[in-house]
Design a protein around this ligand. Sequence first.
Ligand code: UDP
Ligand code: MN
Length: 322
Amino acid sequence: MIIRLCQHNFHIFDFLIFSAALTILIYILLPHRFALNYDYIKKERMEEALLAITTPNISSQQAIDCSYKETIADSKFVYDAFHREKILRGEEIRLGGEYQPEECRARYSTAIIVPYRDRQEQLAAFLNYMHNYLRLQQIHYRIFVVEQSDRKPFNRAMLFNIGAKVASSYGYPCLILHDVDLMPLNSGQLYACTTLPRHMSSALDNWRFHLPYRTLFGGVVAISTSQFKMINGMSNLYHGWGGEDDDLYERLHVLSIEICRFAPAYSEYTMLKHKQETPNKNRMALLRSASLRMHTDGLNSLVYKEVERKMHSLFTLILVET
Ligand code: UDP
Ligand code: MN
């Protein structure tokens, strides 16, 4: 009897080891099995989810409106040599990094806002890639780089507020808040706003194309200028790495504004390698008070000094002291 019991235990132990090994193997070979499920807008619904709105001054000489069906339907991997090619000076792109198609009238105007400091190589790669990528989408867009000139801890959210304010003064109805080190891999991730704010970079290569948590709203997000104003922009109080994107999500949540995403294949991004920035120790405490602060901390409390505004061939630089 004792022997039989031991044998029995031995089988269970064996079985546990085997199951654990199998789980690990599946995880390594098929990581998507453990992917978080989340709602997303299916291919057929993407175009109707977009917010068709442009800046008032868009030239209306073209009789025909651009069509976006192909861009959306023709979803493909584009992080190739052609897309990374260097942009030659003035190649259809206006000074300040603005572009609009000539053969048809764009239906979307988008301000791409990039918070920036000390990442020269990444910025060069970003500008080349993005202009090649975006010109094929036949939208009207402009790239704004907001650079923090002082040596205080980096304030990503405040730079977005500044960029939003400037972009709004140029009449842009749609903002895409964009890390400099993220590049879209799929040609169909249209750089236009949706009626609901959209998390665009939900399948990052760094995280094996998984979404780590459902309320993640960082990396690359699209939000209409009017919705950004409705939530008083982002917090100005997050100095250093982390938390400001969750704070942004919380602001939307307080006003019951839901977020959306495109299908995972459309939301694939690659992140350029860099060292981890120093986390802000205060971020959790700040986050807990997000909903209390939102009406007094943001666009309406934004104080900064614009040191310079310069039109470069591929972007508009807004150099600021925070
Ligand atoms: N950033 C920057 N310089 C810095 C820190 C951050 O330009 O010293 C900008 C840059 O656009 C970067 C973004 O802020 O992509 C987010 O920072 P980071 O890439 O360190 O965040 P993580 O990848 O860890 O989320
Ligand atoms: Mn990064």
